[in-house]
Design a protein around this ligand. Structure first.
Ligand SMILES: CC(C)(COP(=O)(O)OP(=O)(O)OC[C@H]1O[C@@H](n2cnc3c(N)ncnc32)[C@H](O)[C@@H]1OP(=O)(O)O)[C@@H](O)C(=O)NCCC(=O)NCCS
Length: 201
């Protein structure tokens, strides 16, 4: 019999988003942890930053911080969603520098979508994105039966594409949505396994 798709699901604490059941996933340069209320300030700053929202193709947030905090607080209680696993990205000394997520989990197809945003510009182009994506991908393929991870990024976001390529993602198409054109990228479990074998230990 096949093991359950999300094998390590455990009970969550009161202040964590998602149902990953993991307090901490450790990479080489980053740690991924469940979201918490104290992330709200950074998340608000990043979601109201025009450059970041442009890179991420998300709408610029225009509500006040107090309104955001109200929504965030109820979101913490509400976001117990088995289809969405968000994580905060931290440096080894505990600085919150961004967020990543896997979501749109399709158990029938054995696939999920992933996303990443490093909001703190001091940590761009230093390998934190590559380590985050690698750590999340390893987590997904080691802890679930998912067979494919896919993502989309704006066609002009060359930094993001380079980061994903370094993690083994390959482009497989393009998607036009409104004024945006996205590059679609994917990584299959088989290719990931091959890379694991090839990597020097
Ligand atoms: C996209 C993002 C996750 C990448 O993480 P990162 O830590 O900055 O990336 P890494 O350092 O791991 O890798 C980036 C690579 O792209 C290269 N790069 C940077 N700008 C580039 C450009 N304009 N063209 C081509 N390559 C570029 C870097 O040199 C690096 O390659 P190298 O390691 O071979 O030198 C992060 O920068 C980020 O979140 N940015 C803001 C939001 C965003 O773009 N979100 C969209 C995600 S879909």
């Amino acid at each position: 019999m096949k093991p359950a798709l999300h094998k390590l699901k455990v009970k969550e604490g009161p202040h964590s988003f998602g149902t990953s059941g993991h307090n901490m996933i450790t990479g080489s340069k980053v740690k991924l942890r469940n979201k918490r209320l104290s992330d709200a300030r950074n998340d608000y700053v990043w979601q109201t930053d025009p450059e970041l929202t442009q890179l991420d193709a998300t709408p610029l947030l225009t509500i006040s911080y107090s309104q955001y905090l109200l929504d965030y607080t109820s979101g913490l209680r509400r976001y117990s969603n088995p289809n969405r696993h968000p994580f905060a990205i931290e440096t080894p000394d505990g600085k919150h520098i961004g967020n990543c997520v896997y979501y749109n989990i399709n158990e029938a197809k054995g696939e999920a979508e992933m996303g990443i945003m490093i909001g703190n510009r001091d940590y761009w182009d230093k390998g934190y994105g590559t380590d985050t994506v690698t750590t999340l991908v390893n987590h997904i393929f080691l802890q679930t039966n998912l067979r494919r991870i896919h993502l989309k990024t704006l066609d002009w976001n060359k930094r993001a594409q380079k980061c994903f390529r370094k993690c083994g993602f390959k482009p497989y198409g393009r998607l036009g949505r409104g004024n945006f054109t996205f590059v679609l990228m994917e990584l299959h479990r088989k290719q990931w396994g091959k890379r694991q074998q090839e990597e020097p230990s």
